[in-house]
Design a protein around this ligand. Structure first.
Ligand SMILES: Cc1ncc(COP(=O)(O)O)c(C=O)c1O
Length: 444
């Protein structure tokens, strides 16, 4: 994608200087490419600290934060209970390389919460969880093929970059992705055909139950249930990648919200609340294939480390209060209703000015995951996500950033709300968005 030359109006000279300097030492100045402002232009903002719903940059600017650490910050920044739990463990450790009772405590909590999970393993990232789950599905079935869906992101391991916007990464041998087949999202007939064509050869079907990297695309009614039925019919392992949705859109994740039981599930992000975590779990008969009791290898020096376990337990203790999800839903709805009202006001002004078309903006939201999609049409799959106008998003992004609202710097990735976002935060966000949209679509 060609870099966009937006004209950022935020005053952040220290960030500007640091971002030039860091590029000498770290490729692109970032340790994960989507943190860079490559898609929106301008220099990145260096965040110094966070508190609740806000982050503060190196220049002292305050932002209402909707990056949410790309998912984990569901309780906002600087949550005291997480900090205390983690600090207590660090004082006495932090790592032993032997089992710790906190691993048992966290495993029990998740197994008791999520009906599809009989056993679980903890790792350090979503990528690791997905990688290990795919190997497990292959080891369990004795088959090689994995089916995934166009536009779904499952981390940066070779075999699952086959069908995302990142598929053009070099350094992936053909052999690594030749066992991955892709199907369109939200299309059961295509999946049925695919599984029939490869009958007896497919180990697993992996899906993001709500696709977070192509514009917060929800499953159409009955889609996930249909997926479950097809996987059962063809005898393949159904894997839900709930790295982003897990413990975010509902306690336990999308499978509880949509009432579908996968065979295996991957978690990460919100489960760790900022501590580096990944987890995968599911049916006992599949999980018992893992070494040392089975013959599928997966290991990790830092896997299940007590610091992360303590943080995750502190998070689940707070999220298990249903009020947490009521707040997330209420605030997310307040924002979406507010922006929808702004869009309607702007459309009226356009009409009065003789412009007959509504503004090309789709508001996409599932729970506290949302995206502003600058497209004339709703997005239900990867093909449709290609209509999203990254150039317009870049202008919108910089305008609201300069007014203290921070979104992820990409036109399609999910923004995330936290329980710490107040009514005032939302009111301010709606007002700033209305102002930016008016500039873009009425006063242009
Ligand atoms: C659905 C999904 N799966 C897997 C991953 C990879 O997780 P991590 O970045 O922790 O490796 C991500 C990260 O964005 C994700 O959104």
């Amino acid at each position: 994608m060609k870099p966009i030359t937006a004209s950022p109006s935020i005053k952040a000279p220290i960030s500007s200087k640091l971002s030039k300097e860091i590029e000498e030492f770290i490729p692109g100045g970032v340790n994960s490419p989507f943190r860079s402002f490559h898609e929106v232009g301008g220099h990145t903002i260096f965040v110094d600290r966070g508190a609740g719903s806000k982050v503060y940059d190196a220049d002292g600017n305050e932002y209402i934060d909707y990056v949410g650490a790309w998912g984990p910050a569901i309780l906002g920044h600087g949550n005291e209970k997480i900090t205390n739990a983690v600090t207590e463990v660090i004082k006495h450790g932090p790592l032993f390389g032997a089992p710790h009772k906190l691993e048992l405590e966290l495993a029990k909590k998740i197994v008791e919460t999520v009906p599809s999970i009989d056993m679980i393993r903890f790792v350090n990232s979503g990528t690791e969880a997905v990688m290990s789950t795919i190997r497990l599905a292959r080891g369990f079935t004795g088959k090689d093929l994995i089916v995934m869906f166009e536009g779904c992101y499952h981390g940066h391991s070779d075999s699952v970059l086959a069908s995302t916007k990142h598929k053009h990464s070099s350094g992936i041998p053909d052999g690594s992705s030749q066992n991955t087949i892709t199907c369109p999202f939200n299309d059961l007939e295509a999946l049925d055909r695919c599984l029939a064509n490869h009958k007896g050869k497919v180990a697993g079907v992996i899906i993001e139950p709500v696709a977070g990297s192509m514009g917060v695309v929800a499953p159409q009614p009955g889609y996930l249930q249909g997926l479950r039925e097809l996987c059962t019919k063809y005898g393949v392992v159904l894997i839900f990648d709930e790295v982003l949705t897990g413990f975010r859109i509902a306690y336990g994740g999308a499978q509880l919200l949509y009432d579908v039981k996968p065979d295996l599930t991957c978690y990460g992000k919100a489960l760790g609340g900022g501590m580096p975590i990944g987890a995968y779990g599911g049916k006992r008969e599949i999980m018992r294939k893992l070494m040392p009791i089975g013959d599928v290898y997966q290991a990790g020096t830092f896997s299940g480390n007590p610091v992360t376990m303590a943080g995750a337990i502190a998070i689940l203790n707070q999220l298990s209060d249903p009020k947490a999800y009521d707040i997330l839903e209420e605030r997310s709805k307040q924002m979406f209703d507010g922006v929808a009202q702004s869009v309607s006001n702007i459309n009226k002004q356009r009409l009065a000015a003789g412009i007959n078309s509504p503004i090309p903006l789709q508001l996409a939201r599932v729970g506290s995951m949302f995206a502003f999609l600058f497209s004339p049409h709703p997005v239900t799959n990867f093909e449709e996500s290609k209509a999203i106008d990254a150039e317009t998003f870049a202008k919108f992004f910089h305008d609201i950033l300069a007014n203290g609202i921070m979104l992820p710097p990409t036109a399609v990735d999910a923004a995330c709300l936290s329980v710490m976002h107040s009514h005032e935060d939302i009111q301010r966000t709606v007002a700033v968005c209305e102002q930016a949209l008016t500039k873009l679509f009425v006063k242009a």
